[in-house]
Design a protein around this ligand. Structure first.
Ligand code: NDP
Length: 334
């Protein structure tokens, strides 16, 4: 297999490039900056399928007019513990930046609060939202639906989105514990990258257009992804549909597909975020109780805590190695 050509680019230049390209394609200063931060954080942490790789898709939906670059999210707190951010048909990062501090405050006062984001387009990793909550001393859970791309267990037809779910646990004085995962065996972005780079994918990743299992990512992209862990992952993907769509009032994956223009960007959908205060719910002593658990878990041979890879990557402030063809493509959009 041929070596993939990459180029070195600093994190500051990644952010500058993203800012320029989003601004050029009609984003307001606030939206461009929030999107550029999202892309840069993903590259910083090594979330390669949700950094610069997503820029052409973001631009496609700005160009088609599906997503508003000058969206102004509006926030409403209908109950002490229920917050709604209407994303005004823009991308999720600005809606998240608008709502998360309000959600954190509500959960810190009442013990538990939920935020629904509606009329918004999510095309990013989900760890930034839960990690933010954990940094405020809260446990966070976030999920969103997408467009049908995963066959529920037993079926051969796409119905669920890749429906990511992220959870973070606060560790005052330490980096939080965070997991963030698609409920498909592999995230679609990773299958797209494997197809681009000519790598096979693990067994159980998906079915080809003939409905048969294959490890060829190009065939899976023409067919359907599978949930992780068979019927168990399928149940969690279904739960995400209920939380991200049923509970927010925005689209289920199958509804999103009906309304989407398939321009290469994300479909409109909802995001559900739950924040809980261990201090107010478990009470004094929660921190030591949980640290003891984390120490016992970490002591097991072979263990690596979720989030560890990203947090280690984050410590590297040097340039990132970005696919050269992707950089050329983004530069051609300027
Ligand atoms: P991965 O399978 O790469 O990782 C899932 C989680 O497991 C991560 O928290 C990861 O931590 C952790 N992990 C990985 N390997 C180990 C290990 N050996 N031991 C312990 N923990 C481990 O993620 P996915 O491919 O499923 O998802 C990638 C991204 O795609 C996510 O950020 C998700 O939000 C995003 N996505 C977004 C969608 C959207 O619509 N916006 C749709 C679908 C996915 P670590 O990060 O430290 O490796």
């Amino acid at each position: 297999m041929s070596e993939i050509e990459t180029r070195e680019i600093s994190l500051a230049d990644i952010e500058g490039l993203a800012l320029r390209v989003f601004t050029k394609h009609g984003c307001s200063a606030d939206n461009a900056a929030a999107l550029a931060r999202t892309v840069t954080r993903a590259e910083r942490d090594g979330s390669a399928s949700h950094g610069l790789f997503r820029v052409p898709g973001y631009i496609a939906s700005l160009t088609s007019g599906k997503v508003k670059g000058d969206a102004v999210p509006k926030i409403e707190q209908s109950l002490a513990s229920v917050i709604t951010v209407d994303g005004d048909y823009g991308y999720a990062p600005l809606a998240l930046e608008t709502g998360l501090p309000v959600l954190a405050r509500a959960a810190s006062e009442t013990g538990i609060a939920v935020m629904r984001i509606i009329n918004s387009f999510h095309f990013a990793a989900m760890w930034p939202e839960t990690e933010y909550l954990a940094e405020q001393g809260l446990a966070g859970l976030a999920c969103t639906a997408f467009k049908p791309s995963v066959a529920p267990a037993g079926a051969k037809q796409a119905f669920f989105g890749t429906n990511p779910i992220s959870f973070a646990w606060p560790r005052p004085g330490h980096t939080p514990i965070v997991f963030d995962m698609a409920t498909s065996r592999l995230a679609k972005g990773d299958v797209q990258i494997a197809a681009r780079d000519g790598h096979a994918v693990p067994p159980d990743t998906g079915l080809g257009p003939d409905g048969e299992p294959t490890n060829d990512p190009a065939e899976i992209l023409k067919g359907v992804l599978l949930p992780f862990g068979g019927y168990k992952g399928s149940a969690i993907a279904m739960m995400v549909e209920f939380l991200a769509a049923g509970m927010t009032g925005d689209y289920f994956s199958y509804e999103a597909a009906v309304h989407d223009n398939n321009d290469g960007g994300p479909a409109k959908g909802g995001e559900f975020i739950l924040a809980m205060s261990p201090q107010l719910i478990a009470g004094d002593g929660w921190q030591k109780h949980n640290e003891d658990f984390i120490q016992a878990l970490s002591a097991l041979e072979g263990i690596r805590l979720p989030g560890k890879r990203r947090h280690k990557n984050r410590l590297d402030t040097g340039p990132r190695h970005i696919n050269a063809a992707l950089l050329d493509k983004i530069n051609s959009l300027l």
